[in-house]
Every structure is written in structure tokens, then in C-alpha cells.
Write a protein that binds this ligand. Structure first.
Ligand code: ATP
Ligand code: MG
Length: 525
């Protein structure tokens, strides 16, 4: 009591540097108070909890799922926390895999293919500051693997480096970030276990960091980005960052420099791909974090007001809201398209050929903007394809459109072109044509191509003699609103494939179902 009073006088918060954290008081809240609708709880999560409990372990649904259930949202995924070790968890399920090096958890897998569902099971983690780490290290019961994990548990700046020491639930709770993310729900008894007044904060719509916020940002600077993300996600429900949680955000931002690029990249994608991209950008600006978190995110925030990028962000939010898949390649291709277009145009102006000019412009953009984020091969490959397919939308004669529509990335490239049309960069008629083409039967497709060819021949007859690139009128092209060089190339492309010589046409007869038409949309990977 007296100590608390003195701490208060000194302005020490519960988890102030060097101080012991406040583990809180365990509260068990019945359904009559928290009101969670059990029908919103995933059956597979219930199954995992039950299996663990029947084997004699403690187990709960935890974290974001409990937070979402409390405010009436349907959780996007379910995490389970238990006092069973990863090996013990794995032993209980047929399809369970231990994953992660920094943070070992178990994935319990249900279902197959696109329908498969993963329940993440983590073992209660111990709270460890350096002093506590030394104490555990000195304990003869500490195993070799635990000892290895303990080395440098916290670095000189207070960053937590090792997270695989098991501990009791109260310690697991204090290590979590926000009070509303630190509750445990037992689907069997419908009791919520709460150590840090998470339920109270949830009711008063408060986003509060557990312990001293500045210390917690130092331990793991990614919590800064998480603060932005949850503020954005929960703002429509009236949630606000509590002043002491928001206060140290700006001055803590520089700590992000020491976070591995790949982790920052992943967190950036979570900001942009979980259905709250526009709200997250608004929060970044409001909180004074519009620049400096991650270079690529700076570009996104800077361009969020451009009609094309804004349309892409809106579209991503809409799709996530509708439960449709989204791919980072699509959104990033939209964000960086301006750079690709400019680079391409400059190269064309220097007299380079269209295709290599576009390829080189893309390479430049990767080097300048994406940097060295390893393991991004597929992402980069998909972005490249979306961009490289853009000029091909101008070629609507011969066999080109048939080949295009069969490409695995056709749908993403088409959706990209559709957004360009929405932004006034491409003629709507061209986008409509491709939409129609992608959905049509083979015979209708052939008729559409024949019609384009006839129109082009007609236009050529009517046009006065002159240089090819200056022939008006002409059909609208994907690159109409693009810099002059692109339009020229597009025109040339169309002329190349639409020559006057009559050609034998191969009729393609394939079932509609075998085409990409109407597939999962922009982001489907
Ligand atoms: P989402 O709905 O976006 O999945 P979430 O809260 O479930 O939100 P996850 O990243 O899935 O977020 O993390 C699960 C839980 O793990 C969190 O609710 C929180 O309790 C804890 N957690 C995750 N990251 C951190 C962190 N960096 N520091 C402390 N606790 C964390
Ligand atoms: Mg989660």
C-alpha cells in the first residue's frame, strides 16, 4: 500500500523500467456480465480447447478473438492458449505442427485446400525481464533448451528477444499488449478470465496498453504499429487510444529502425489487408506517424489520396469486408504503378523498345521501393505479371485475347486495368470489352474479336493517309491517359496484331468452366 503510494508519488507505473510488472488480479466473469454469444465461437477452436482440457490441461480461447467476441464482431481467426507445451499439444492432435523459431506455437489444422482452418495454440509464456531471466537461468530445473532461449532475453534497449519460457497464466496475460487483447474465454464454462480490466476497457471503448506504454514499445516496437491497427479497426465502434498509450507513440517511432525489415513488411500488410486500410492511413496521419514507419508505407500514405490508389485501398477494404481473399501483390502493384509508368515513359522517350523498357522500369521500381525483403519471390513475380500484362489489353485481335484470358494472373491484371479505367486512365469501353470477353463462350469471344478487327479495318479505310501513330479516329486503348510514349506503343501494338491480311482463325472450343472468368477477383492468389 505504502509502496504503491510512493510509486505514485514518483510517477512510477506498474511496469516501469526496472520495476516488477503488475500482474493484476484474476477476475472470472460469467456470461451474464460479458454477454459473449457462444454461436460466434468457432467449433474447431471449441474442439481444441476441449481436447486439451480433457487431457488435463488448462486451455482457453485468447487474445483478439475474445476482444472481437466481446464487441459483437465475428473473429477472423481463433487463437488458443494453454499450459501444455508445444510437444504436448502436438501429441493430442493428428494434424498439428510446431512452427516458429522466435515464438514456438502449434498449428492445429482442420479441413483441406481453400477451406482449411488453422487454430493457433500457444503455451502460456513467462514474464521475463533481465533479472527474472537470470533467476530462471540460475535455477537448476531450467532445461538446456530453456537456457538457450534465455540468452539475451532483453537487449540493452529493453527489447524482448526470447519468448519461449513457459509460465503461469497471469504472466502470460501481462506480456500481452492491450488490456482488451489479454482476456481468456473458456467455451465450456463460458467464463472470461481477465487480469487487467480488459472487460471494463472494452465497455468504455478504451484501447489501453498493459503497463507502462513507453516501456512496452521499447520491448517490442511493433506494438506501435499494432496500436495504429487496432485504433483503426475499432474506431467505428467508438474505441479511442487512451492518452498514456497514445502519448509515447511518436517519440518511440525511431525504435522501429531496429526491427527486421521482414517483420515490418508483414505488419504493414496487416495494416493494409485486414479490411481497415483507409482507416489505418487516417490513424497514421492523426497520430503523427504518417512517415517513418516503413519506406513503402510512406509511399502508400503519400499516395492514398490519388484516385487510383484510393480506389485500390477502398476495393481491398470492401473485399475483406465481404470475406473475399486479397493479395498484397495487387495492392502494391497499384501503389507503385505511378513509378512504373513514369520510368517506362522515360525509357520510351529515349527510344527503347516497349517490352524491355517496361521490364527495366519494373526492375528499377523493385530496387528503389521494395528493397531486400527476402522470401518475397512470389509477391514480386505476381506484381511483375500484373504490370507486364497491361499493354497486352490493347491487343484485341488475333489469338492474343484468348491467350490472355487463360493466364493464371489474368483476373488480377484485369481487375488492375478496371481500376485504371475507374480512375480515368483507361477507356471504360476497353474494360467493359474485356469483362465481357472473359465471361463469354468461345463463339462469342471469336465474334467479339472479329468485330474489333472489322472496326479497325473500317477506321483505317476512313483515316487519311499519314504516319501510323497519328491515325485518328482510333479505338480507345488501355494507355490512353498514360504519358504520350505509352499511347504510342499501345497503338503500335494494336496495329501489329491487327494487320489487314486475312488469317485463318482457329476456333477454340473449351468449356467455360475451364477459364479464369469470374474467378476470385483482384487479390485471389
Ligand atoms: P487480429 O484480429 O488482427 O488477429 P489479434 O489481437 O488476434 O488481432 P494477433 O497478432 O493474432 O492479433 O495476436 C494474438 C494475440 O497475441 C494478441 O491479441 C495479443 O494478446 C498477443 N500479441 C500479439 N502480438 C503481440 C505483441 N507484439 N506484444 C504483445 N502481445 C502480442
Ligand atoms: Mg489473431
Amino acid at each position: 500500500m505504502i509502496k504503491k503510494f510512493i510509486d505514485k508519488l514518483l510517477g512510477k507505473s506498474p511496469a516501469a523500467p526496472g520495476g516488477k510488472p503488475n500482474f493484476g488480479k484474476r477476475m472470472e466473469i460469467p456470461v451474464s456480465v460479458h454477454g459473449i454469444d457462444p454461436s460466434l465461437v468457432d467449433d474447431r477452436a471449441i474442439n481444441v480447447v476441449r481436447a486439451l482440457q480433457q487431457a488435463g490441461f488448462e486451455a482457453y480461447v485468447v487474445g483478439g478473438a475474445v476482444r472481437d467476441l466481446l464487441v459483437g464482431l465475428r473473429p477472423k481467426d481463433f487463437d488458443v492458449a494453454t499450459n501444455a507445451t508445444p510437444e504436448q499439444v502436438k501429441g493430442l492432435f493428428r494434424r498439428a505442427f510446431i512452427i516458429g523459431r522466435r515464438f514456438r506455437i502449434v498449428h492445429v489444422v482442420y479441413g483441406r485446400g481453400r477451406e482449411h482452418e488453422v487454430i493457433e495454440v500457444s503455451t502460456f509464456r513467462a514474464y521475463l525481464d533481465n533479472a527474472a531471466a537470470e533467476q530462471v537461468a540460475g535455477n537448476e530445473r531450467t532445461s538446456k533448451s530453456e537456457l538457450a532461449n534465455l540468452k539475451h532475453a532483453v537487449d540493452s534497449t529493453g527489447r524482448v528477444l526470447r519468448d519461449n519460457v513457459w509460465g503461469p497464466q497471469e504472466e502470460d496475460a501481462v506480456r500481452r499488449d492491450f488490456t482488451i487483447n489479454a482476456m481468456y474465454y473458456d467455451p465450456e464454462t463460458q467464463i472470461v478470465v481477465d487480469y487487467h480490466n480488459g472487460l471494463k476497457d472494452s465497455k468504455s471503448r478504451t484501447l489501453r496498453m498493459i503497463g507502462d506504454a513507453a516501456t512496452r514499445y521499447r520491448e517490442d516496437p511493433v506494438r506501435i504499429i499494432r496500436a495504429v491497427r487496432f485504433a483503426a479497426k475499432l474506431s467505428p465502434l467508438g474505441f479511442k487510444l487512451e492518452p498514456k498509450t497514445a502519448g509515447p507513440l511518436v517519440k518511440s517511432q525511431k525504435l522501429l529502425h531496429d526491427v527486421p525489415q521482414s517483420r515490418l513488411f508483414d505488419e504493414m500488410l496487416k495494416l493494409l489487408q485486414t479490411g481497415h486500410a483507409l482507416a489505418s492511413i487516417a490513424q497514421l496521419k492523426e497520430l503523427g506517424l504518417a512517415t517513418g514507419i516503413y519506406p513503402l508505407l510512406d509511399v502508400v500514405v503519400e499516395r492514398a489520396g490519388q484516385s487510383f490508389v484510393e480506389a485500390a485501398l477502398k476495393d481491398t477494404d470492401r473485399r475483406v469486408g465481404e470475406g473475399k481473399p486479397v493479395a498484397p501483390s495487387f495492392l502494391l502493384a497499384c501503389v507503385l504503378w505511378d513509378d512504373v509508368r513514369k520510368g517506362w515513359d522515360q525509357r520510351l522517350a529515349r527510344g527503347e523498345h516497349s517490352h524491355p523498357a517496361l521490364q527495366d522500369a519494373i526492375e528499377d521500381v523493385f530496387n528503389a521501393r521494395i528493397g531486400d525483403v527476402s522470401g518475397r519471390g512470389k509477391l514480386a513475380g505476381d506484381m511483375r505479371e500484373i504490370w507486364l500484362m497491361q499493354p497486352r489489353f490493347d491487343k484485341r485481335v488475333g489469338s492474343t485475347p484468348f491467350g490472355m484470358a487463360e493466364q493464371p494472373r489474368f483476373r488480377a491484371a484485369f481487375d488492375f486495368m478496371r481500376l485504371r479505367a475507374d480512375a480515368g486512365e483507361v477507356d471504360e469501353v476497353l474494360a467493359d470489352w474485356w469483362q465481357e470477353f472473359s465471361m463469354a463462350s468461345d463463339d462469342v469471344r471469336q465474334d467479339m474479336v472479329d468485330q474489333v478487327r472489322a472496326e479497325q479495318q473500317q477506321q483505317r479505310k476512313q483515316a487519311p493517309k499519314g504516319p501510323r501513330v497519328a491515325k485518328p479516329p482510333r479505338e480507345p486503348r488501355a494507355t490512353d491517359a498514360a504519358p504520350s510514349g505509352l499511347a504510342e506503343v499501345a497503338l503500335q501494338g494494336a496495329t501489329d496484331t491487327g494487320g489487314d491480311a486475312p488469317r485463318k482463325r482457329k476456333r477454340r472450343r473449351r468449356s467455360n468452366a475451364s477459364r479464369g472468368a469470374g474467378s476470385a477477383g483482384p487479390a485471389a492468389e
